[in-house]
Ligand binder design. Structure first.
Ligand code: CDP
Length: 195
């Protein structure tokens, strides 16, 4: 079975939690594509070389989830050669036998426009910043500023900007618990698998 679930959306909208739940429920492989950009940024040196030589160890580092790594990731993610170096791996993962869930910014638009299910998961900047602060701690105002800065850079870049695919299902999780948002995503995937 070739079956791709593309889950896009801005920082801390709940993509990761929803993706892991979808993958576990339907037995699909999961790729957190943000980890690729975070690993490129954290590796240091020339970002294009880092993207071309990324290893499994780079992706296993325990410092990828920090606020700083997220900000640095969005800075290397504007570089077209970095995105190009990561493209084939993501495309092959998306169409692998057995089905896959990928979460990121450009999965439904650039990596896998043929995905059988496309979700765009979002929430207000304040709600997302609060969720990220619960995860990482630190100064709440600083976390909100970082989220807004990253939203602007991710949506404003020329190459593969973050945006919802025209045929994506919009899931605004501002007023939903993560369990409710996950239920809606699971229902959309179950319907596509049945249909
Ligand atoms: O987990 P969170 O939503 O905070 O971020 P992430 O998914 O780990 O992504 C980190 C950064 O990588 C984003 O802000 C984007 O700049 C970049 N990214 C991207 O450009 N394209 C993707 N498919 C995934 C992430």
């Amino acid at each position: 079975m070739i079956f791709t679930v593309a889950i896009d959306g801005p920082a801390a909208a709940g993509k990761g939690t929803i993706s892991r739940a979808v993958a576990a429920r339907f037995g699909l492989a999961h790729l957190d594509t943000g980890a690729l950009y975070r690993a490129v940024a954290v590796k240091g040196g020339d970002p294009v070389t880092a993207a071309q030589t990324l290893t499994a160890e780079d992706l296993a580092r325990d410092d990828l989830r920090s606020l700083e790594a997220g900000q640095a990731a969005s800075r290397v993610a504007v570089i077209p050669e970095v995105r190009a170096a990561l493209l084939d791996f993501q495309r092959r993962f998306a169409r692998r036998e057995g089905g896959a869930v990928l979460d990121g910014r450009d999965i439904g638009t650039v990596i896998c426009p043929e995905a059988e299910v496309k979700l765009f998961v979002t929430a207000s900047p304040e709600v997302r910043a609060h969720r990220r602060w619960l995860e990482l701690g630190g100064d709440q105002a600083k976390v909100l500023a970082a989220v807004k800065e990253r939203d602007a850079r991710d949506a404003g870049r020329a190459d593969a900007p973050m945006c919802a695919a025209a045929d994506a299902l919009l899931l605004d999780t501002s007023d939903l618990t993560i369990a409710e948002a996950t239920e809606q995503a699971l229902a959309a995937v179950a319907k596509a698998l049945a249909g």
